[in-house]
Design a protein around this ligand. Sequence first.
Ligand code: DGY
Length: 324
Amino acid sequence: MPDKWVYVTRRIPKPGLTKLSELFNIDSYESDEAIPHDVLVNSMKEKRYDALLCMLTDKIDKEVLDAAGPQLKIVATMSVGYEHIDLQECAKRNILVANTPGVSTDSVAELTVSLLLMTARRVPEGVNAVKKGEWGQWKPMWLCGTELTGKVLGIYGLGRIGFNVGRRLKPFGFSKIYYTDVQEVSYAKDIDAEFINFEGLIQKCDFICVCCNLTPQTRHMFNTDVFKKMKRNAILINTGRGGVIDHEALTEALKNGDITAAGLDVTEPEPLPKTHPLVSLPNCVILPHMGSNTWDSRNAMAEIAARNCVAAITNVTPEGIVSV
Ligand code: DGY
């Protein structure tokens, strides 16, 4: 279909582009950095694109959709998250929205486990101490962290990623695994996880992994009130979305000792400026949103996003449809 056009908002791994360029014409924003919003709007006006392949950094709002015009069939995001896309505006225009679920589950779950272990055992502090020449004689109480064995694990959001985090963490010997979600799920029994309400989760757990989407319901779920109710030895890990945690409240909680430590792969905002108070706290481990940074995941994500564009243009149902 040489008359069909796809706009790609970034340089993406080859498996995605090869597929698309065999079938359609492609314009893309040739950079590893995010496309500025005004550039995206103007680019949408330049041609009548049939598909828009975007990233989680691109705000796909009314302005972009108006600029794109009525022939646009799909917004295919190369991400699991889709909070950057105005679903209502897409629905009004009959534009499909598709994401890339499933293919980054293992990479994000692996990183969640790494971050939990790094935070619990104070690994970044140890690495820094060596680099800074602070490694002196062995000391009985230096850089002591927390073991996982015998502790209570909580998972907030037992979707694909949450479940796979639980599956990987279970062999560490937690005494109990709880999960909170909008409803009980049958597969929770495969990791012996028990459903509990949010109040129960925050009061009983020594480790809490946030693995949920950002929605109006989950926004700032972890706030000052919640931190006051959590165990003082609790460690909070977030690989879902930064907005689930109120970062000002988290800063205070970590400073006051309301909770022991936090490990964040996602923050609000992103990137988190290096002057943000959380960055200098020794009990906060922050990674630059790198949960799905493996070639395995990124190649697969690019390929699926491309396949979703092909499907929509050729009137086939895309595999990762997101509904309003
Ligand atoms: C996603 O796919 O939404 C992830 O957050 C990207 O790493």
